[in-house]
Design a protein around this ligand. Structure first.
Ligand code: TYM
Length: 337
């Protein structure tokens, strides 16, 4: 392996905690599928990240298979992409430790997601939650991944990954780790909460009405969009007029992303429409796109052994890619040299 040539390679991951929601689909999974075949890709279910907050062991194992089922049902093909769960490849934890010794506490203190999650309880959260971004850097750099498709909320973590790579390279006088690019979508990169357009949609939000879950029924989806908060104005005739209307903009972006078009095209078609027309159209579209995925997830979840087989096979392939990179890292650091 030469230290300076980096073959284009994609890595991304999703935590198996609390089920998949529409933001995971539009900000991540749908784009993973879109990138499939463009370059070698690894898509991981990051179960070690999930335990940074308490997880019931039985639910965690179920959630891991469910995210894997979501990947498969949305169109990721295990013969084209490497699909696996993180804990099966111990090199993630090993490189994570080395990066804990490269990353600086001051960098971690700037992570907005940690501040949001820890809130006023920062003394009580796990040490793992604090160190989480350096494990994420290890996930990416263990494969010398050059491209990381993520939603906007993960951008800061990918930037930190670049800082860790640059510091490692500098401290050891090598050009070993690539400076990875976050690949953020142009639309729906931050799908917002349906009850408050200033907060992002997340699986941990307080009320289920805030989010569309991948496993919601058609009735639940219709109800959630019908009750989604909006302002009283109809849809504008020009996209620029959505600027100060976060809830309206969010619904237009969701529509655009689900229908593979742009907010401009949605406004061209629906500009001037009232919510009584637009919300049912959005619900119909969401059901048409999500129901086949959800049905396929249900079918796949009936055969957990097959999901485990796919994850184990992916893990073997991932481990084979990771081994020489971890070995070389150890040598550079003076361990096992
Ligand atoms: P996680 O599990 O919170 O989310 C998984 C992916 O879904 C995206 N996402 C969203 N995108 C748009 N709008 C939303 N409302 C929304 N909510 C979630 C996230 O941006 C992400 O792309 N730390 C990561 C997991 C991770 C990872 C990695 C990702 C661990 N190691 C290495 C990439 C590369 C996380 O907690 O994502």
């Amino acid at each position: 392996m030469t230290d300076t040539t980096f073959t284009p390679r994609v890595f991304s991951g999703i935590k198996p905690s609390g089920g998949l929601q529409l933001g995971n689909y539009l900000g991540a999974i749908k784009r993973f599928v879109g990138m499939q075949g463009e370059m070698e890709a690894l898509y991981c279910v990051v179960d070690l990240h999930a335990i940074t907050v308490w997880q019931d062991p039985v639910e965690l194992a179920h959630g891991t298979r469910e995210v894997a089922a979501g990947y498969l049902a949305a169109g990721l093909d295990p013969t084209k992409s490497i699909l696996f769960n993180q804990s099966r490849v111990s090199a993630h934890a090993e490189l994570g430790w080395i990066f804990n010794c490269v990353a600086r506490v001051g960098w971690m203190n700037r992570m907005t997601q940690f501040k949001d999650k820890a809130g006023s309880n920062a003394e009580k959260v796990s040490l793992g939650l604090y160190a989480y971004p350096s494990l994420m850097a290890a996930d990416i750099l263990l494969y010398h991944a050059t491209h990381v498709p993520v939603g906007d909320d993960q951008k800061q973590h990918v930037e930190l990954t670049r800082d860790i790579a640059a510091k490692f390279n500098h401290d050891y006088g090598v050009d070993f780790f690539p400076l990875t690019e976050p690949v953020i979508g142009t639309h729906a990169a931050r799908v917002m909460n349906l009850r408050d357009g200033t907060k992002k949609m997340s699986k941990s939000g307080e009320s289920d009405m805030e989010r569309i879950n991948m496993r919601d029924t058609a009735d639940q989806i219709a109800k959630k969009f019908r009750k989604a908060r909006t302002d009283p104005e109809p849809l504008p005739e020009a996209v620029e007029s959505l600027k100060d209307r976060p809830e309206a903009r969010n619904l237009v972006e969701i529509y655009a992303s689900l229908s593979d078009t742009t907010p401009e095209a949605v406004i061209a078609e629906h500009g001037g429409a009232g919510w009584g027309t637009f919300k049912p159209a959005l619900a119909d579209l969401a059901v048409a796109k999500l129901a086949p995925i959800s049905d396929e997830m249900t079918r796949l979840m009936d055969d957990p052994a097959e999901i485990d087989r796919i994850l184990a096979e992916g893990a073997d392939r991932a481990a084979a890619l990771a081994a020489p990179i971890l070995q070389r890292t150890y040598e550079i650091v003076g361990l096992r040299g």
